[in-house]
Each structure stands twice: as structure tokens, then as C-alpha cells.
Design a protein around this ligand. Structure first.
Ligand code: MN
Length: 251
């Protein structure tokens, strides 16, 4: 397959290199990724500034481009300008840190996959559940295996897969669960400091927290040691409420 590989941690992120190494054995992989870290930019696209593109040199060890925009910009540019042919699959990651629950809205990693799905391509986002001392090897191997299994999973158009891998040794992985999004979200905590000029600034220092126990949802399942796979689509409509409002329409 021709695979477009992107991420939100930037083109020099170790998670991207690990995924590239795992996929290149069997596939033709092109990297189009942000030149700097774009974590938590969500599905932002760049409209008011130019987007610069730089071919990746031999130092990176892979073919492709660094882009001065967001993950969604990378996918759009790759599909419409940079790649000679449409890829068969878009893979995003491996992100440093899980992407679970409500936080999917903030995630650049997930948004790159969502963007690909919107553009009618199969897409997978992969994240590792730690923020420090990451070992991406298991997540990379799992992602490469998942890519082979995709046809069997029969994912419909415009649906992507959001994969989270616990940061534990392989023998401690409990299994793979298909999950829905949990209520986990970043619980805000701002650290207030003073800069060298005497001005106050703030630094987001919140942690992701959520309900525990329900292993049909992503956050508890990951905490319990399962690899989680959540099918995602971009439609934010709440169907139950819509149906009721259509019936009760007071206007
Ligand atoms: Mn990130």
C-alpha cells in the first residue's frame, strides 16, 4: 500500500520514526508532517498565513515533507499538492500521550486521521499512553499489524480508527478492546508565573481524568491494560436530541 504518515508531535518526533520503521517493511511510506510540534491544535487549518513546505533531507531517514502548518494542513496539502498519487491509507502518530474521551476534540493526531476520513481515505490514529520515557516499539508493531487487518475490519467510508496503546510491557497487555469515547478530559489547572519583565503568564498543567470502571469506554480500558480502538467520525450531531426537537418543533 501507499501510506501517508503524519503526526502532531512534529516531523522529528521519535513516535513518527518508530511508526515509519514498522510500516516501511511492507509499504511505500511518505511522511508529510508538521515541522514543529502541533499537539492540541485540534482540527485547525491555516488560512491567514502562507504554508511553507520543505522536502525532508537524508538526515530524517525518510521520504516526504515538513510543513509549517497543522496536522490537518499536512493531510490536505499531501492529498491535493504533494503526493503524486492518492495514498491507500493515512496513519497518524505515534503520539506521545494517549488520546481519549473528550480530548479527541483537542487532538492534532486524531484530527489528521479525521481529515483523511473526511477525504474518503481509510485512516488510523495511534497514541501511546505515556508522556515520559516512551517505548514506541509495541505500539508501532501493533499499528503495523492493524494495517494488515484493516480490510477484515470493514470500516465504512468517513470513519477513522483511534488507537491507544498502554505504555506497559507486552506481556502485561490484557488484550484489544473496541471502545467508545469515555468522559475523560483534561481537568484544567493553570500555573501562574511571572516573566522576566514582570508580566503574569499562565501554563496549562492539567491532567486527564475521567470515570473509572466501564471497560466499554476508552479511558478505563486503557488504564486496565487494554489496547483500545475507537471508530470515530466527524459528525458532532446529537441524534437523539435532534429527533426529539424535530418532533417537538415549537417554531
Ligand atoms: Mn502530540
Amino acid at each position: 500500500m501507499r501510506i501517508l504518515l503524519t503526526n502532531d508531535d512534529g516531523v522529528y518526533a521519535p513516535g513518527l520514526a518508530a511508526l515509519h520503521a514498522a510500516l516501511k517493511a511492507c509499504h511505500q511510506v511518505t511522511v508529510v508532517a508538521p515541522e514543529t510540534e502541533q499537539s492540541a491544535v485540534g482540527h485547525a487549518i491555516t488560512l491567514s498565513d502562507p504554508i511553507r513546505v520543505r522536502p525532508l533531507g537524508p538526515r530524517t531517514g525518510f521520504a516526504g515533507f515538513a510543513v509549517s502548518g497543522t496536522p490537518a494542513d499536512c493531510v490536505k496539502l499531501a492529498l491535493h499538492e504533494l503526493l503524486p498519487q492518492k495514498p491507500d491509507l493515512v496513519v497518524s502518530g505515534i503520539n506521545l500521550g494517549a488520546n481519549l474521551g473528550v480530548n479527541l476534540l483537542y487532538s492534532g493526531t486524531v484530527s489528521a486521521a479525521t481529515e483523511a476520513a473526511i477525504q474518503d481515505l481509510p485512516a488510523v490514529a495511534v497514541s501511546l499512553g505515556t508522556l515520559r520515557d516512551p517505548d514506541f516499539s509495541l505500539a508501532a508493531r501493533f499499528a503495523a499489524g492493524l494495517v494488515e487487518k484493516l480490510p477484515q475490519l470493514d470500516i465504512p467510508p468517513r470513519v477513522s480508527l483511534n488507537v491507544n496503546v498502554p505504555a506497559v510491557a507486552e506481556e502485561n497487555i490484557k488484550g484489544v478492546r473496541f471502545t467508545r469515547q469515555s468522559d475523560a478530559r483534561l481537568m484544567e489547572r493553570f500555573i501562574r508565573r511571572t516573566d522576566p519583565r514582570g508580566h503574569t503568564y499562565y501554563w496549562q498543567a492539567g491532567e486527564t481524568m475521567g470515570s473509572q470502571g466501564d471497560l466499554t469506554t476508552d479511558f478505563p480500558a486503557l488504564l486496565a491494560g487494554y489496547i483500545t480502538i475507537t471508530p470515530v467520525n466527524h459528525d458532532l450531531t446529537h441524534l437523539d436530541t435532534l429527533e426529539r426537537l424535530i418532533k417537538e418543533n415549537p417554531f
